[in-house]
Design a protein around this ligand. Structure first.
Ligand code: AMP
Length: 115
């Protein structure tokens, strides 16, 4: 099955995005419809459609998502006030793009997790 999404095209630079970080394993870029002053998507370069598809072999790359998140938060000066990391899985969580991604949100008080 082909799990290619728009995020694969961003990772391979086939379509433009505001990329703030990229290495061999991870790409991070600004969300096109930001929900906070800082809203960045942190994405593994390999395709994992949802959290349900995570395998033990993915543990190193998924751990690296947090290292990159902390680095980006610091670069954007939001690390001390704080920020929120969100990973949506499937319909009830509102997942729209089926390429595993972590939302990094910050730059203002974010309020309760669920209203
Ligand atoms: P989710 O609902 O967790 O699947 O989140 C998908 C996110 O991808 C949404 O916040 C969208 O605004 C964002 N998004 C969709 N297309 C693009 C794009 N081309 N560039 C940047 N962000 C995008």
């Amino acid at each position: 099955m082909n799990h290619d999404t728009i995020f694969s095209k961003i990772i391979t630079h086939k379509i433009p995005a505001d990329i703030v970080y990229q290495d061999k394993y991870i790409t991070a870029f600004k969300d096109i419809m930001p929900k906070a002053p800082v809203h960045i998507l942190i994405v593994p370069n390999i395709i994992i459609p949802t959290v349900n598809d995570v395998k033990m072999c993915h543990e190193p790359i998924l751990g690296k998502l947090f290292t990159v998140a902390a680095k980006i938060a610091k670069q954007h000066g939001i690390h001390e006030n704080g920020y929120r990391l969100i990973i949506n899985c499937n319909h009830h969580a509102g997942q729209e793009i089926f390429h595993f991604h972590m939302h990094l949100l910050g730059g203002k008080y974010l309020g309760p997790l669920i209203e």
